[in-house]
Design a protein around this ligand. Sequence first.
Ligand code: ZN
Length: 437
Amino acid sequence: MYYPLSFFPEIETKSASEIKKFQERLLEEQIQYIALNSAFYKRMFHQNKIDPSRIRTIEDLQYLPFTSKDDLDAFNEDFICVSKSKIIDYITTSGTLGNPVTFAMTDKDLDRLAYNEAISFVCSGCSSNDIFQLTTTIDKRFMAGLAYFMGARMLGAGVVRVGAGIPELQWDTIARIKPTVLIVVPSFILKLVDYAEKNNINYRNSSIKRAICIGESLRDQNLELSTLAQRIKEKWDIRLYSTYASTEMSSAFAECDEGCGGHHHPELIIVEVIDENGKHVKEGEAGEVTITSLGVEGMPLLRFKTGDVCCYYTEPCKCGRTTMRLGPVLGRRKQMIKFKGTTIYPPALYDILDNIPQIENYIIEVSTNDIGTDEILIKASSKIKPNGLDKLIKDHFRARLRVSPTIEFRPFDEIEKVRFPAKSRKPIIFHDKRNNN
Ligand SMILES: [Zn+2]
């Protein structure tokens, strides 16, 4: 692959038709490679009587069936296109049946990943003059931390690997190394601020100028700052950039200074945004992000349904890039709720509830009511008497979502038991009790 020195690839400023042609050349190469080397896709082509050499354009992709997370789970090894001797890094993601799914990365794939991260950093206003403080895990079989490290290295920037948690060590590092950029889960920024305030650290005058934020959305559906992002900005006015990425995509959508969605890198991935019937949605409409990898050697994927729901935008960006942008992940396709004529995804509910200080903990239950539509019940606990709190919560919901779910107040322990069922390491906030689940 060609790595531009500026890490602002020319293709990202070309016209839609030039980008399409460019992608189709890469698609042909990727399909030829897959048809030769992937046991899973050889079987798929055969079973569906598809001649892979006839898949040449982006439109032709519609002749191919989708690849699901269940496929990756059930036929994991059949996706690997190389012999073991060519695999360098092994990554796992959690499978739909609870088994980890292995991702095999070759040397070339690691270069591609580093390139992806380098151009994403540049898209988010970073340069070789920056020092990145990595506050996320670099091991534990994850891809992201490794990608950030390699991207910073390819860019020629500095990087300090602090890892997750430990605010004291984070602030010690900031004082010692004077990094300019945090790579961080946004809610952790609030923990850093909290620690700084309690320990008289003058965080507003620290060396940190921006944060590359992962894992949580900074924006709502209208690309306005989420409640979480607003709370961060009120405390600490650094520049916040959202990124959206996943292991299966092995590439990222990074926001530029304009903050109007994450930019697509057309040399790395083809994106389709599809509705429940597998058809392409219109610009600005919510659909499931479906990807076809380009230039991947270890585990290339064709029309892989990520399960993530986003809107896309194609209007050229003020930053000079003409590439498609993806809005924030609104939620998981499977968790879509149709409530009183409005489509809601759980993260929009979390963003409201997480930011009402009177709420100690909560869970969300979705069920099917007598007339066959979705019903939302929020069970919450509060340290103060819930008198009036019910109305306050409902007002927040109406202001943000135009509708308000039912709220029940319950003891803290009762909710905590449901949030942390035995054997679960993560809290389970969303409980789907609908008939079709
Ligand atoms: Zn832009």
